[in-house]
Each structure stands twice: as C-alpha cells, then as structure tokens.
Design a protein around this ligand. Structure first.
Ligand SMILES: [Zn+2]
Length: 386
C-alpha cells in the first residue's frame, strides 16, 4: 500500500476514514460510462433509447465505483480489528489504496486483511449475478426491471470475474501477493524472506502483463495500453518494496539514537517568520527547524513553509501559522530501529525526523545521515539479516 498520493481530493468520510479520489479516477469513470454506453448495453438492449443507455451506464459506473470502495473498506475494517489504523482510502486509476499507518503486526493479521477485499468483491459479484438471474426470470411480470438486471449483471461480472481474480494474482503488492507473503511468513516465521518472494512474484506478474500488453497491441487491440499501464504500476510497486526490504536488511539492528544529532536549534510557536529567517535560517543555513513550546515539541517549520508567506507579512506572521503541527508530523523515538525511520522517511518529503522522547525533542535524524550510513555499510559489505 502506497503512501498518500498527491493529486487527490477528499470526497467523503466513512467509518472515520477519509475517502479520497485521485484525478485519474475521473478518467476511469468516463471510460467506463463510454464503454458501457457505446458497446455493452446497446448490443444487449437494442430497443433502449440513447438517453436511457446513458443514464443506465452512468448508474452502473457509479455503482462500480462503490463496489471498489466496499472492497477497500473491507480491508480497512479488518485492519482495525488487528489494531492497524487506516488514515485514508484513495481511489485511483487502478482501483483503490487503503493507506495503513504501519505494517501488519503478524502473518495472521496480514492474511485476513488482504483476503477481506477479494472476498467482498466475490460476495458483491455473486449478489449481482443472482439479481440479474432473478430479474431475467421474472421479466414478463416486471418488464421495468430490465435496466436493474442489466446493471446488476454488469456489476456481478466485473466483481466476480475481473476485480476478485485480478486482485488474487500472487504478486506483491496485489492482495494475492499479500496473501502469499502472509502464508510464507506464517510457515517460515521470517517476514523479510516472505516479502522478497512475494515482491519477486509481483515483478514476474508485471513482466507477463507487459508481454500480454505487447501481444494485444501488435494484434491491433488498444486494450493492450491498459495492461501496459497496470504492468508499469505493479512493477514499480514491487521493485520499491524490494529496495525497502534490502535497506532494512542493511541497517540491521541499529537504533535511531545512535545516528541522531543532539545539537540543534529550535524556535517557538510565537516567533515571527521574519525573526526566524533573520536570526536562524540565514545565519545557520537551516532548512527545517523544530518548533518547541516549553519542553514539548509543537511542530516543524521548513523553508518551503516560510516561502508561502509574502515578505510584507514576515513581521506579523507567527511560525505556528505556517508550521506542520505535531499531529501531522512523522517522528521517531531514540529506541526505534533505523528501519522504522526509513519507513517514515518514505512517507514524507521532510529532510529530517524529530526524535521525540516523552513528548520532548531529544534530537534530529537527518535523511542524509541515514543515507550516508547505509552507503557506508554497503561499501564495507556489511549486511545483517534479522
Ligand atoms: Zn484489495
């Protein structure tokens, strides 16, 4: 599951989870409507008027969107049962992504969480196909139900025969790849090895999809573009998982406290942007400064935050108006493993992580020092497997 995607907007909040839509999803919505209205429905129901075809197509596309959302919500609900919190669900080009705030704690948790999505798609699929069979059988009595049956049949087919099987393909990070990882993890008790195997599976699936895409394109089928796109996303996701896993292996059991800087400057929430720039940013050449209220960390302010303030407002804008508040800030503790810090760096663009102990800031962990440390271990050929 990827981090939060840029280019998405919040459209709803369900069960305390933000539902976001990536702009690419709007493209998919129209593609689905056009495909249904131009090809699928006119072929099966030639008597329908054009407006009727369009309305039924739009309803079907909307419910398709809802069924993907239901799939993702199922992942989220099970994740919660295992005490993993899901901050948001983003619907994008290739379906949905539920953003977990941390990795699954056990093989069992991962198995049930991953299986919940495809299981939901199968249930929706069977319900749709059942409803279609029912309306078809009773069409003489209720002819007005024909569009309902058409929509149900489409949703049934797409959920049971496209969404569920595709997601169950055993390549990480697809659901099937997560299920595979959880099984290997459970059997061998080693998450790192399980991740490597499942991610290699993801790369292999992406390779096969790519070959399929080329074959379809060469035979004049533009649907091959679609497969190519999926192959590209899947390959990237599987490859970055492998890199992350390799880094985790390299940093071994080192703790944040061993690499953090304990000499650093801080500012206060009430300091003006002008004073901060004059007294700290310029003379010390600092790109990110922790904001501290009394003993406690309140947030972090970066050059990027300061740039948003017009120069004539510098003397009246307090730092707290532009800083990233603590609640939205990735932090680590001195006892966290370096691999945890690497995960956090992966989900933020900040150049450093504040190191916090009992609410107070005790150090800064710079991205460069972590990267430098990893390079050094690599250069010395040190690799410690956990
Ligand atoms: Zn899923």
């Amino acid at each position: 599951m990827l981090g939060r995607m840029p280019g998405s907007v919040r459209v709803a909040r369900i069960l305390g989870i933000d539902i976001r839509i990536h702009f690419s999803w709007i493209v998919i919505f129209f593609l689905v409507v056009v495909t249904l209205a131009d090809n699928i429905f006119p072929a099966s129901f030639p008597a329908w008027s054009r407006p009727k075809v369009f309305v039924v197509s739009a309803v079907a596309a909307f419910l398709f969107f809802c069924s993907i959302l239901a799939h993702e919500l199922a992942h989220a609900v099970v994740a919660r049962r295992f005490r993993m919190s899901v901050s948001s669900i983003t619907l994008f080009l290739l379906g949905g992504v539920a953003n977990l705030t941390k990795e699954p704690p056990s093989a069992r948790a991962e198995f049930f969480m991953a299986a919940a999505g495809p299981a939901t798609s199968v249930v929706i699929g069977l319900a749709g196909l059942g409803l279609e069979a029912f309306t078809d059988a009773n069409l003489d009595q209720f002819p007005t139900l024909q569009p309902v049956g058409a929509v149900a049949g489409y949703l049934g087919f797409i959920n049971a025969f496209v969404l569920a099987p595709f997601n169950l393909v055993p390549g990480f990070p697809l659901d099937g790849g997560r299920i595979l990882r959880s099984i290997i993890w459970g059997l061998r008790g080693d998450r790192a090895t399980a991740t490597r195997i499942a991610a290699r599976g993801g790369q292999a699936v992406a390779g096969l999809l790519f070959l399929g895409a080329v074959w379809r394109l060469l035979s004049g089928d533009s649907g091959g573009l679609w497969w190519g796109l999926i192959a590209y996303f899947l390959y990237n996701a599987a490859t970055s998982t492998l890199q992350q896993e390799r880094l985790t292996g390299l940093v071994g059991t080192v703790r944040v406290g061993q690499l953090m800087t304990t000499e650093f400057r801080t500012t206060t929430p009430g300091t003006t942007v002008g004073a901060l720039i004059r007294d700290l940013v310029l003379p010390q050449n600092l790109r990110a400064i922790p904001v501290v209220s009394g003993e406690r960390l309140a947030g972090l302010v970066t050059i990027g935050d300061l740039r948003k303030v017009e120069q004539d407002q510098w003397s009246v804008t307090p730092v707290q108006a532009v800083m990233t508040p603590l609640a939205e800030l990735a932090t680590v503790t001195p006892d966290d493993q370096l691999s945890t810090a690497l995960e956090r760096f992966g989900s933020t663009e900040l150049p450093l992580l504040p190191v916090v102990k009992d609410g107070a800031i005790v150090g800064l962990l710079y991205r460069e020092s972590v990267v430098g440390y990893v390079r050094m271990r690599e250069a010395l050929g040190l690799e410690s497997r956990r």
